[in-house]
Design a protein around this ligand. Structure first.
Ligand code: SF4
Length: 314
């Protein structure tokens, strides 16, 4: 059973009804971004605590009304897509939409309305490959989605091999939340794929709270011996917007060999209003983090922008 993540995936909670029954609540509602909670994540939630920080990320937000500053696609990724399935915002790197599926549906997700059908890097690989081959300034490929680890090991292996065959690509970066919320996904084969690649492999793990760091995850992640492990978190109201929670998160990540990399301001997607932390409070928290932690443990506080570059708040 150890490697059988598809087996565990069968027990994922999908839809409001199943989730209400499991958590003995009526707070889940069916909405445009359907409820999806993998069992390995659901088991980390304290069912008696309606304010559990993991529960808050997956439960239907109370305020789904339209807000003027929030949009369906805050980063306008599609504007930077010269080829379907590929986003090219920065000269040295391209991002591939490797999968349209995630193991979990985070209710603050900025890509919840993304047009995945038209942007599938796997089915459009030949065109993408030609695009990358023809631009030698590109030295890094980023796999995103959805979640690239929702692909099977075989599909992922083929994609990574194809990328490794392009001579000027030095680094492969993989953005994933799947590895955290469903650690059974870190199979022996997956570990081999990453540990044996000729590429520099960087895995950016999306982790928002220390409670997400399960024993299973800790056991699996140490197997990735040839991989640079970084984390990115989204600053979320009611989930991790306190100095104690952020400090514990950064220290716990470092205990597992993961360097805190980014602390993202919320991308203003419709329906995520409840999660917004105001700029001045975010900056205050970040200052406190700097005095609590050694410099290398303090993530950069950033906001993605629909314009060309990332805004650095610090
Ligand atoms: S795992 Fe990432 S892409 Fe998937 S729903 Fe959560 S935030 Fe969005």
């Amino acid at each position: 059973m150890e490697n059988n993540w598809q087996y565990y995936a069968r027990y994922t909670l999908k839809g409001a009804n199943k989730s209400n029954v499991f958590f003995k609540t009526k707070m889940f509602k069916d909405c445009t971004f359907p409820i999806k909670i993998p069992m390995e994540f659901a088991r980390l939630i304290d069912k008696r605590n309606k304010d559990d920080p993991l529960l808050k990320q997956v439960i239907t937000p109370k305020n789904l009304s339209k807000s003027t500053n929030f949009s369906l696609s805050p980063l306008e990724d599609e504007k930077y897509s010269p080829v379907a399935g590929l986003i090219h915002k920065y000269p040295n790197r391209v991002l591939l939409i490797a999968s349209q599926v995630c193991a979990i549906h985070c209710q603050f997700c900025f890509r919840q309305n993304f047009n995945y059908v038209e942007h599938d890097a796997i089915s459009n690989w030949v065109e993408i490959q030609n695009y990358i081959i023809n631009d030698v300034k590109i030295n890094e490929v980023i796999l995103s989605g959805g979640d690239p680890l929702s692909l099977s090991d075989d599909k992922l292996s083929t994609l990574i091999d194809n990328i490794a065959h392009i001579e000027h690509i030095k680094t492969l970066r993989v953005h994933t939340r799947n590895a955290v919320v469903e650690p059974s996904r870190i199979t022996r084969k997956l570990v081999e794929i990453f540990n044996q690649s000729r590429l520099n492999i960087v895995i950016v793990l999306h982790i928002n709270h220390a409670q997400e760091l399960s024993v299973q995850f800790a056991q699996k992640i140490i197997e990735l011996t040839r991989v640079t492990l970084l984390s990115q978190s989204v600053l979320l109201r009611g989930v991790n917007d306190s100095i104690e929670v952020l400090t514990e998160l950064c220290l716990s990540l470092f205990d597992l060999g993961i360097l805190p990399y980014y602390l993202h301001m919320l991308d203003k997607v419709q329906g995520a209003q409840d999660f917004l932390v105001k700029d001045d409070y975010a900056i205050q928290l970040h200052q406190q983090l700097k005095s609590n932690l050694s410099g290398y443990l303090v993530p950069k506080l950033v906001r993605d922008s629909s314009s060309y570059s990332k805004d650095w708040l610090f």
